[in-house]
Design a protein around this ligand. Structure first.
Ligand SMILES: C[S@@+](CC[C@H](N)C(=O)[O-])C[C@H]1O[C@@H](n2cnc3c(N)ncnc32)[C@H](O)[C@@H]1O
Length: 257
């Protein structure tokens, strides 16, 4: 993509940073990445899985549609959505630094369809960010939250078409529990693991509060149905995809309105 507006100063600012993602600049140079690009495969796998879901939901194409990228980080998936034809992509993240990075990279590559805004997932509303949106992405976020169910309710409220959630998951617990008495028994519908990020809240990929509830796959699917998504589907990972997604330690799940 050519962007004559990318100044030498802007290019230098991009190249001086270490990014979470691989962005190609108009002159063909690439952003320097964490661990020399060791994380590229996870992003690439997720993109391929997302593409499959988009093709299934909108076989006639996605041009002109709107998307909300919740917890957008530096806007990698937002940029990819714009390139696939989404007319307008709203990229939100709790961290102001990420919003600034989205603005920098979208200016550098000349991508005007992505608009970045600082917003916590729990503060999302149509008044705050517009919408509802044809597509809502919620990648890499749920397991950093102390209220993942509330976040899924926000995602449902913001969505008018397809929602795709991607998350780390924990092993499931199943079975029956006595609910007040052995005479009244309830089945477990899934489980959450409590994860401590209280010493990592300064980290750019981490929780902003530190107490995290990571769902099991079964729990996630059940909750997505309960908050109002239909056709909730566990998306397949390609055979050569990132190991965590291949072995179900992270999952991508779609739900429709
Ligand atoms: C692991 S990164 C995932 C980024 C991106 N979605 C992806 O999958 O590559 C987690 C992101 O969630 C953001 N985040 C954490 N807590 C949040 C919250 N309460 N609301 C919105 N964003 C949050 C972080 O700032 C970070 O950008």
């Amino acid at each position: 993509m050519s962007n004559p507006a990318m100044s030498a100063e802007m290019k230098q600012r991009v190249l001086d940073k270490t990014w979470f993602y691989d962005f190609e600049l108009p002159d063909g140079s690439h952003t320097r990445r964490y661990e020399d690009g060791a994380l590229d495969l996870i992003h690439d796998t997720r993109l391929r899985m997302l593409d499959q879901a988009l093709g299934k939901q909108w076989p006639g194409g996605i041009s002109g549609r709107s998307a909300l990228d919740i917890a957008c980080h530096q806007g990698y998936f937002s940029v990819q959505l714009a390139r696939r034809g989404f007319a307008q992509v709203t990229a939100v993240d709790a961290r102001a630094d990420h919003v600034a990075d989205v603005e920098l990279i979208t200016s550098a590559i000349g991508e005007s369809r992505v608009r970045a805004q600082q917003c916590d997932v729990h503060a999302l509303s149509t008044d705050a960010v517009g919408g509802p949106f044809d597509l809502v992405l919620c990648f890499g976020l749920l397991y950093h939250l102390e209220n993942p169910i509330g976040a899924l309710r926000r995602a449902r409220e913001m969505c008018s078409g397809l929602c795709v959630v991607e998350t780390q998951v924990v092993p499931n617990l199943s079975g029956n529990v006595d609910w007040g008495s052995y005479r009244y028994v309830k089945p477990l519908m899934g489980s959450f693991g409590i994860i401590d990020e209280t010493y990592e809240t300064h980290g750019m990929e981490a929780s902003v509060t530190g107490i995290c509830l990571a769902p099991s796959t079964e729990g996630l699917i059940w909750i997505m149905e309960k908050v109002g998504f239909k056709d909730v589907t566990l998306l397949p990972c390609p055979d050569d995809g990132y190991e965590q997604l291949r072995f179900g330690k992270r999952v991508m799940v779609s739900g429709r309105i």
